[in-house]
Design a protein around this ligand. Sequence first.
Ligand SMILES: [Zn+2]
Length: 503
Amino acid sequence: MKKGIIYCRVSTTEQAEEGMSLQSQERLCKDYASKNDIEVEKVFVERGESAKTVDRTELQKMMRFCKLNDKKYDALLIYKVDRLSRNSTDYGQLRIFFRSCGIEVISITEPFEDNPIGRFMENTMANIAQLDNEIRADRTKAGMVEALKQGRYIFKAPYGYKNIGGRGNSNIVPVKELKPKIRKVFQEISKGYKSQEEVRQYANKIGMKKKNGKKLSKSHFYKMLRNPVYKGYIDVPSMGLNLKGSFEPIVTPKLFNIVQLILDGKAKKLPIYKKINPDFPLRGVLRCAKCGNYLTSNWSQGKYKKYGYYRCTKCSGINLGKYDVEENFIEYLKEIKLKKDVGKLVKEAIILNWKNRTKEIQSKVNLLKKEKRTLRAKQDKVVEKNLNGIYNDKLSKRYIGDLEEKISKIDIELTRYSDPEKDEEKLIKFSVVLLKNMSKAWTKMDEFQQNKFEKFIFPQGLIYKNENFTTPTKPLSVELNEAFEVKNSMMVTPRGIEPLSPG
Ligand SMILES: [Zn+2]
C-alpha cells in the first residue's frame, strides 16, 4: 500500500465558494486516497491569503517534513494544482522538490494527461532543465535497479570484498584472507563484553588493514559493522532498496543482527556486562568479609593518578585497593598445590562438573528455544489478524517489530551458550595447566577467561581479609581428602580447588 499526505489551502475569500472549503478538500482527497489504495498519514492545512510559497508556513512545514521523511511517502494529494501554487514555474519546482523526496504530486481533480491544464503543466515542466536531469537520472536508476534486483552488487566493493565480472554480470566476492578476520570481528562484538574500540584494536592486531596498508579508522570500522552487505544484503536507502544479494555473505544474518542490537545499545542490560570488567578481574568473585555481598569496583581520581578499588556497596565497610588484592590473589594462586593423587581426582571432578554444567546449559538452551517458538507463533497470529482485518498494517508492523526484538534478544542469549563443549574443553585444558601453575595461567588469560575460571574454581566466591583469602564453604582440600576415602565419592561434585593445609 502506498503512503500519502494531503495538503489543503483556503483563503478567506474562497471560504464561501462551494467545494473549496477545507473540509471538502480534505474529504475529497481522502476519498481519492482510499479509492487508489493510498494510506493517508498526515494532513497539512493552510489558512491565509498569500499564494506565495515563502509566505506559507504549512507548506514550508510540509516541505521540511518530506525532507526529514525522505522516501517514506509516495504521494501528495491536492484538490487542485492551484492549491499548491498559482504559478506554473513555482509549481514545477515544487513538484521536483517533492519528487526528490520520493513523492508524486497528485491533483485529484486534474489528471495531467487528460485536460488542458495537465498538458500545459507537462509542457511547462518539460522546459525546466532541472526536470530533464531528473528524468535522465531516473532512467539510469531504472537500469541500476534491474541489476540490483538480480542480486548483483554493482557499486564499489566494500572492505573485504572485491568487484568481479564486467558489464551485465558484475558482482562482488569476499577477499579470501579477509573473510575469516571480518567474521571474527563480528563474533567478538556479538559477545558483548568488548567495546567497539577494543575490537578495532584487535582487528588491527590480526592484520585487518586497508589496501594501502593503513589501519582501519574508527569511522571506517563502524561503517563496516553497520553494513548489511556482510550478511549478504544490498541496502541502498537512497534508492529505497533492501534485498538479498546473489553474492556470498561473510557473516550469518543472525550474527549481523545481534551485532546491530549491541551497537544500538539494546543488548546492554545483559548480566554479563555487570560481571565482567576488564579493569577489575576479580569482580564477580570477591565478596565482602562483613556481609558477604559481592564487591563492586570503581576508579577514583587521585592527585597524580587513578586508583582502583573493590568496594561493598551494601555495608560500605570494605574498600580494597585493586593492586594489593590482585597481587595477593596471584600469590594465593601460587600457593595452591595439590598432592599428586588428589590432583588426578580434581581433574576427574572437573570433568564431572563439566558434564553437569553441560546438562544445565542444555536445559537453559531448550527453554530459550521454546520461548522463541512461542514468540514466532505470536507473530503468526499478528499476521493472521492483519489478514482478517482485525489489526491494521501500522499496528501489525509495530507488534511484529516488538516481537522481533524480543526474539533477537533471545538469539543473543543463545549465542552465549553456543558451543559449550568447545568452551569447556578449553577450560579443562586450562585446568590441567593450572594444576601445574595456576598463577601463571591466570595472568595469561583474558578477562573473560579469567572470570569464567574464577567462577569455576571459586563458585561460592572469595573473601579477602587481613591479606588472606577464604571461601564461604568448607575448604575443598578437606572435602577432597574425605571424598578420596569414601568409595562412591566420585558422585560428589567438588566445589573447587582450595589450598592444602601445610604438611
Ligand atoms: Zn559488606
